[in-house]
Write a protein that binds this ligand. Structure first.
Ligand SMILES: [Zn+2]
Length: 314
């Protein structure tokens, strides 16, 4: 754009100069209006509309908006002309399509396994019907009032209660263990939120907070509150956590090798505990997930926590 400074053409008449000044003034007004309404004066300054698909992660949304070239979506409104100068003519066309890069299709990425920190996030799949897939660890927990309404006596040595849907396979497993010469008994089955308060407090008193956190779930975080989880020991034997490794006893070995056939998964196996499971190795602790899922977990080679997290991230 010509400016009013510098040499003025000698042959300019006052009329022509006034016309030039008027044109410059109009241009300045147009530019000022464009700036005040958020319309940029040049295409390269235009802010693309970030694509925000439902469910897209905040990270990808932020990345898209941070990079103007990532996914500009042309708006339907024709933009003001890009050219600047006295000969500017409003363009009837929208933004030139040639300069618009195709929007990358967001691909869902499985979320990495959360770190084993301590928090109290109410878990997503918390309906009692979600018993097999309810994700629990040191971060995710059940609501305080969560309690199954279909508890029945286990019918197995040691007693306790489990949900009705567990009882049949539990009894079958106990019979099979006995038949194999490795009989088991229940040490603990369903525990309410209130019971877990006492249980965790006991372990804090006995072993200190750090050890308790590794070996006992804080209230709301225990799989025992689901009504599908049992701690077992050898029939007539002592408490398994008082032994060096109950998993090496006949009953412990039989359970490790066969519990999955009856729908039970060792939640905290030696391999992966506590790094992946957030708790120390507990060869006596088994959660019922049904025969089909137990077989799938075993085939996956993952701990139950890794498996459930992978499935919910899909
Ligand atoms: Zn347990």
């Amino acid at each position: 754009m010509e400016t009013s400074t510098g040499a003025v053409p000698r042959r300019w008449s006052p009329t022509r100069r006034r016309r030039e000044l008027a044109t410059a003034l109009v241009l300045l007004l147009v530019l000022a209006q464009g700036a005040s309404t958020g319309i940029a004066a040049a295409p390269k300054l235009a802010s693309p509309v970030p694509r925000s698909a439902p469910g897209s992660s905040p990270v990808s949304a932020a990345a898209a908006s941070a990079s103007p070239s990532a996914s500009p979506v042309p708006s339907g409104t024709p933009a003001p002309s890009a050219s600047v100068g006295p000969s500017a003519v409003p363009s009837p066309l929208p933004w030139p399509s040639a300069s618009v890069a195709p929007s990358p299709t967001p691909t869902p990425r499985p979320q990495p396994l959360p770190r084993c920190t301590y928090a109290d996030v109410i878990t997503r799949d918390r309906d009692p019907d979600d018993w097999a897939i309810t994700f629990l660890d040191t971060v995710y927990r059940l609501p305080t009032m969560y309690g199954p309404r279909d508890l029945v006596r286990t019918g197995v040595a040691g007693g306790g209660s489990v949900r009705r849907l567990v009882a049949g396979d539990l009894r079958a497993m106990a019979r099979a263990a006995t038949a194999a010469g490795a009989p088991i008994q229940i040490v603990s089955a369903y525990r309410s939120y209130a019971a877990q308060i006492s249980d965790f407090a006991y372990w804090v008193r006995v072993s200190g907070l750090a050890a308790a956190l590794l070996g006992s779930a804080r209230p709301g975080h225990s799989e025992h509150q689901l009504g599908t989880t049992i701690d077992v020991t050898s029939l007539g034997g002592g408490l398994p956590w008082h032994m060096w490794d109950w998993g090496t006893t006949p009953a412990g070995r039989w359970m490790r090798q066969n519990s999955w056939r009856y729908g039970f998964v060792m939640s905290y196996p030696a391999k992966g505990s506590p790094a992946k499971t957030c708790y120390r190795y507990e060869p006596w602790h088994f959660r019922y997930v049904g025969r089909e899922m137990a077989a799938a977990v075993r085939a996956s080679g993952l701990t139950l926590r890794e498996y459930l997290w992978r499935e919910r991230s899909r």
